[in-house]
Design a protein around this ligand. Structure first.
Ligand code: GTR
Length: 329
């Protein structure tokens, strides 16, 4: 975060002497993002920046570093907590090791639909998640859509659980995903999002999993030609500010940040469905084989996937939380 400087000049004996006075009039807040320009998340962040600059008359500005310029999401999560990056946008899956609520959210087949997920995030669970993240050192500015994640494969489509056998599948660094792939019979391989293309090229992985927009915008579709719509999880995105930065802001500035972040999340909600449809159309146009859910023996897959619940629901507290998510109408 850079503070603003104002230049003053005085005339001394016919010469102008310039000097800088730090009045802290403007702040550039760095926002780190792995997605490239053009991705709907980046567009939402641009809107966030524009609204914030307008609301604060240029006092707060967003310096958006997209396309992974500042590293990967695991690094973002640690840097936003130590204050070396002001704002980051990460997938909740990245927080699993430090935030219990993220672990629950990553459980496969937990959310029935996108609307269900939004109702859960808009209720007590969303508040609890924000409180857990706060304890871990960051402030939740907004949640963003992330659709549903499905497996995409390079060698063969997935029709049954047995198709996972021997498959090397790229995952985010999350114990839940590690266990999910192992339950399904595959081998989990933890790799940063920016290294997935390389891993496909080198034959280090046969599959990965993500939502359709990320599958297309990251060009993973060029290497994994089957997109299997098993829709195993819906883990939202989150926009986070470092508590160190937050603590330097006035009450008005904080209000402006939350309002701009909320506007960007609302914008994103409106764009998401279209963006997903466009990604599906692009994948089809590029010759990807889309394996519909009805072509997959989902009973077998779901059965193994939900075995994970017994590992992650260890006490009454866990059970009540997961049940309250499931019961949310
Ligand atoms: C995307 C998500 C990214 C990143 C990526 C991944 O859906 O938007 O933030 O987490 O998945 O799988 O690494």
């Amino acid at each position: 975060m850079k503070s603003g400087l104002i230049r003053f000049g005085v005339m001394v004996g016919g010469f102008t002497l310039g000097f800088w006075v730090n009045l802290a009039v403007a702040k550039d807040l760095v926002l780190a993002e792995v997605h490239p320009a053009g991705h709907v998340i980046v567009k939402s962040e641009e809107l966030f920046g524009n609204r914030l600059a307008a609301a604060t008359h240029g006092e707060l500005k967003i310096d958006l570093k997209s396309g992974g310029q500042l590293g990967n999401e695991t690094q973002y999560w640690s840097k936003v907590r130590d204050g070396s990056i002001d704002i980051v946008r990460v997938n909740m899956g990245v927080l699993v090791n430090d935030v219990l609520a993220a672990k629950y959210m990553s459980l496969p087949y937990l959310f029935r639909s996108r609307d269900h997920m939004w109702r859960v995030l808009g209720g007590d669970f969303g508040k609890r998640t924000a409180a857990d993240i706060d304890k871990a050192g960051a402030v939740v500015l907004a949640y963003y859509d992330s659709g549903t994640r499905s497996f995409y494969t390079s060698k063969k489509p997935i029709r049954n659980r047995s198709d996972f056998s021997g498959m090397r599948i790229r995952i985010q660094d999350s114990p839940v995903y590690k266990d999910l792939i192992t339950e399904l019979g595959g081998t989990p391989v933890v790799i940063g999002y920016d290294k997935v293309v390389d891993a496909f090229k080198k034959g280090e992985i046969d599959a990965a999993e993500n939502n359709l927009p990320s599958y297309v915008s990251s060009e993973h579709y060029k290497y994994a030609r089957y997109f299997n719509l098993d829709e195993h999880s819906s883990v939202p995105e989150v926009l986070l500010m470092s508590k160190k930065t937050w603590n330097t802001l006035s009450a008005e500035q904080r209000k402006a940040i939350l309002a701009a972040a909320n506007d960007s999340a609302e914008y994103m909600k409106k764009q998401w469905v279209d963006y997903e449809a466009q990604a599906l159309a692009t994948a089809k146009k590029e010759g990807v084989t889309i394996v519909d859910k009805r072509q997959i023996n989902m009973t077998g897959i779901e059965e193994f996937a939900v075995r994970l619940y017994s590992k992650y629901i260890t006490d009454a507290n866990d059970l009540n939380t997961v049940l309250s998510i499931m019961r949310t109408k």
